[in-house]
Design a protein around this ligand. Structure first.
Ligand code: ADP
Length: 710
């Protein structure tokens, strides 16, 4: 029989063909993904190799400044084409006369390699990434569906769009209990989750980002930075945290005729906000954020608006921040007039929140760029260009505000990250999209109002869809999930655990038993499994990946401009913060309040403990009834004046009759004999016992057969 003609053989051939195809397809996808990450990592010990600005920056972040980019003759044409396409799609670069912030010049655009320096573990590395992948072009040419082995869990997010886009990008949606690559959650997860994350996993929040995402914490951080750097941190309206800063706020109100805006300390969506020019109406113990009202905002068509700028942080140490070129401008729905006691209550005039203004019948749902109560940032840029504003300068000021806001929480972010992810050495454990609410005044000065850690991804209007969908897509493309090999990491981790177990087992066998109170046996340091060290290569890979997958993001930290690098480096050193506040009246009041609160908490705790003690006292274990009875009788007899109670003759007779009846019943039912028989049978009685126990002897005398009774 010819085997090659058999059905079975043919079937095997087709299956082999399929699997070959599959393997090839996967390989091409992987090489495509990693094409942009061709790393040339060469350790450069000599510092004269590095220019001064790069050297200054390398101490805190890997600068990939435009000045240090190299030209590549091979990739030049493709690269310039790519940049051109990119700038075309960018909303900010579409209009004439607008000079994009990034890339800075045409010369830069020609460079097909990204160069920079990274300092890690006191060694300096040169990083070069050749052949950048053009995310924009490749996206347009390729089908949207790309097969990938990465998984994402979106079950903690209410936005269906995130799941849909992830699926289109080739992510597999999985439950939280599975080994996901990315966890997308709307809320801050608990520390436990952070601590249990594997080295290939990423989450869309940084531990400690709350420091800038809650109004009160943001104000505290920005006020602290303002004290330290009074000239640099005028990026937010004057803010007081009531009741601690009540005195300061009152003092300011006395000397300045100003309108104030009052907000609940952790509120959102415009809830509980009101305007006043009389701070005396506020109770001395109310917990509020009090801010000077920016009474001359930039108006478009007579309406006030604020900007929602989407910012992506991919790493906190070193700090890497990207800003999305597209975003939203949210408009108030009543024409703006400077605040007066008559219009201070008109929220549709003074607040720009969508959640407030959508309730107004004047809300404009127009889809065109230049109308509507929600517009794209590109439309605002067009408007600014038409009105001869310097758009590039404006956006560089916005970038500055964003960087400074994040830097105000940087020590906490860095500390928390290292505390939660000590072993995350392959890729960054977190990334985060923040929604910065920025108000612009008539001089085009941006003010930070609020930072949202979970900006809304609802797509109620066309403009939302046009902005938020590409934002999510570009974010999921930019994050470096693909750089972590899940299987390999799991294998390594298993090996590490095994090694550790074997070592500890070997130790316990070899180690001499420790005598109680004795001297500890000396431990062999070399026996301990080495802790994973962060690899310079992995960080460099991430940097290169991000640089080659920017999409519509622009990098603002590390800044493109070399002169800004040294400017921002001073904000990293936020030391001696406490001493600055020790003397101010507000800080003393804050301390007083904190002390009072501490006392209150301690009092409450003491009360709770007392109550607990009382309840445990009440629950004393109850003694057996016989013991209690004995004790009662004993106490009773102890009484000196105890006289026995009177017993009547009839009572005595009755008692006697009952006794007789009882002994007869026992006799008739042969209860005693039965008990004896049972005891005898169980082996508790011996023949000698019969002589010891008289009633037993009596039983035998009257001829009762003990054995037979059973
Ligand atoms: P919420 O988190 O409740 O939205 P925000 O601080 O963002 O609170 O303020 C809501 C709106 O109030 C903003 O969108 C803005 O229009 C307006 N607003 C807030 N603070 C000021 C201010 N200092 N000056 C002028 N308008 C302000």
């Amino acid at each position: 029989m010819n085997l090659k003609n058999s059905k079975f053989y043919k079937r095997i051939q087709t299956l082999r063909h399929f699997s070959k195809e599959k393997i090839l397809k996967e390989r091409t996808i992987r090489t495509m993904a990693l094409r942009g990450v061709e790393m040339a990592l060469s350790e450069s010990q000599c510092n004269h190799d590095v220019d001064a600005s790069a050297a200054a920056a390398s101490a805190w972040s890997p600068p990939l400044s435009s000045t240090s980019r190299r030209k590549s003759p091979a990739g030049g044409a493709a690269k310039s084409k790519m940049i051109k396409k990119k700038t075309d799609t960018s909303p900010r670069t579409r209009e004439k006369g607008f000079k994009p912030v990034q890339p800075a010049s045409d010369e830069d655009n020609d460079g097909a390699e990204v160069n920079g320096y990274i300092e890690l573990n006191k060694c300096r590395y040169r990083v070069a990434c050749s052949g950048r992948v053009d995310a924009t072009t490749s996206r347009a040419a390729e089908p949207l569906f790309v097969e990938s082995k990465s998984t994402i869990c979106v079950s903690n997010s209410r936005y269906a769009m995130i799941g849909r886009i992830s699926r289109l990008l080739g992510y597999k949606l999985v439950k939280e209990s599975k080994l996901w690559n990315i966890l997308w959650s709307d809320s801050f997860p608990g520390v436990e989750l952070f601590k249990n994350m594997k080295r290939f996993q990423q989450i869309n929040h940084f531990p400690g980002m709350i420091e800038i995402c809650r109004k009160d914490l943001l104000s505290r951080n920005l006020n602290r930075m303002l004290k330290l750097y009074p000239h640099d941190y005028k990026i937010f309206p004057k803010t007081w945290m009531l009741p601690a800063d009540y005195g300061d706020a009152m003092h300011y109100a006395l000397n300045h005729k100003h309108t104030f805006i009052l907000k609940p300390d952790s509120g959102a969506q415009g809830r509980g906000i009101w305007l006043t020019n009389d701070l005396k109406t506020i109770g001395a113990n109310e917990r509020l954020i009090c801010q000077t009202y920016v009474y001359r905002p930039l108006l478009i068509d007579g309406y006030k608006f604020d900007l929602r700028v989407y910012t992506l942080i991919t790493s906190v140490d070193p700090l890497r921040i990207y800003v999305y070129n597209e975003g939203l401008a949210r408009f108030a729905t009543n024409k703006y007039v400077e605040p007066t006691p008559g219009n201070a209550n008109d929220l549709y005039m003074h607040l720009t929140n969508y959640s407030v203004n959508k309730r107004n019948s004047q809300y404009d749902l127009c889809d065109n760029d230049d109308c509507g109560s929600k517009r794209k940032l590109s439309a605002i840029n067009n408007w600014m260009t038409r009105h001869n504003y310097d758009v590039a300068e404006f956006w560089s000021n916005v970038d500055d505000v964003i960087i400074k806001t994040v830097l105000s929480a940087w020590p906490v972010l860095k500390h928390n990250y290292h505390a939660c992810f000590p072993g995350h050495d392959t890729i960054q454990a977190c990334f985060e999209i923040l929604g910065f609410d920025i108000l612009v005044d008539w001089k085009l000065k941006p003010y930070i109002l609020e930072v949202n850690h979970s900006p809304s991804f609802h797509t109620n209007e066309q403009v939302d869809r046009e902005v938020k969908r590409p934002l999510i897509r570009d974010t999921l493309t930019l994050v470096s999930t693909v750089l972590a090999d899940k299987k390999q990491i799991l294998r390594e981790d298993r090996k590490r655990v095994k090694q550790r177990l074997l070592k500890s087992k070997g130790d316990s066998v070899l180690r001499p038993r420790q005598v109680a109170g004795g001297v500890k046996p000396p431990t062999n340091e070399t026996n301990v499994a080495p802790a994973p060290k962060p690899e310079a290569g992995s960080l460099a890979q991430q940097v290169a990946w991000e640089e080659s997958h920017l999409g519509n993001f622009r990098r603002i930290m590390p800044p493109q401009d070399a002169s800004r690098i040294s400017y921002y480096s001073k904000f990293y050193a936020q030391s001696n913060q406490v001493s600055i506040f020790q003397e101010t009246a507000a800080s003393k009041k804050r301390e007083d309040l904190a002390r009072k609160m501490r006392l209150q908490i301690e009092e409450k705790r003491a009360k709770a403990e007392q109550m607990l003690l009382a309840s445990t006292k009440r629950k004393r274990p109850i003694q057996p009834r016989s013991v209690r009875e004995k004790h009662r009788q004993y106490m009773y007899r102890l009484k000196e004046n105890w006289i026995p109670g009177f017993v009547s003759e009839a009572e005595e007779r009755l008692r006697h009759t009952w006794q007789q009846m009882r002994s007869e019943a026992i006799k008739n039912l042969k209860i005693t004999e039965n008990i004896y028989a049972l005891l005898y049978e169980l082996g508790h009685l011996s023949n000698t016992d019969i002589t010891v126990f008289p009633s037993l002897y009596h039983c035998l005398q009257i001829g009762y057969d003990i054995k037979g009774a059973t």
